[in-house]
Design a protein. Structure first.
Length: 160
């Protein structure tokens, strides 16, 4: 009986150690910080001014600078995969200067021929619209700078 209790305690301690190390390797455990703040990752990306789209990740903000409007220089091309079905928010935000006029168009094909939706809601500033997307499907996005001057912005695609 005593030997059985020792074995159970050994197994329990081993599992506890594995659990603790498992939490620390995935960012959890040991900290009692408030995690209620926005945890959206922000990455720098270079949305191409040619029709070679840059891949962005749903749930990660993408910092971008767009040249002024002119022979394709006012366009940035992106692609992403919808991991889940349903409504997604596509947002061009943190626009600087705030008076800039940015629009976006979402396509179902890499040739940018089959438009799904267009977002041109405001004349200046942030543009956020929603689209209902299919799971495990690639989508293609053009963000267009309607202004002559250079504009910086964040692109964020989220599941609603």
């Amino acid at each position: 009986m005593l030997e059985r209790l020792k074995n159970q305690r050994f197994v329990f301690c081993g599992l506890l150690i594995i659990f603790i190390f498992g939490l620390s390797s995935c960012g959890g455990g040991g900290s009692e910080e408030d995690d209620s703040s926005d945890t959206t990752a922000t990455v720098s990306c270079s949305g191409n001014a040619s029709q070679s789209p840059v891949t962005v990740t749903v749930g990660s903000a993408c910092e971008q600078t767009s040249a002024g409007n002119g022979s394709n220089s006012g366009f940035n091309f992106f692609t992403f995969e919808a991991g889940t079905a349903g409504a997604h928010s596509i947002s061009v935000q943190n626009v600087s200067p705030a008076s800039a006029n940015l629009d976006w168009q979402l396509y179902s094909d890499s040739g940018f021929n089959n438009a799904i939706t267009t977002c041109t809601g405001s004349i200046t500033g942030n543009e956020t619209c929603t689209a209902t997307l299919s799971p495990s499907t690639s989508y293609y996005l053009i963000v267009q700078n309607q202004d002559e001057a250079e504009v910086s912005y964040s692109l964020l695609i989220t599941v609603l």
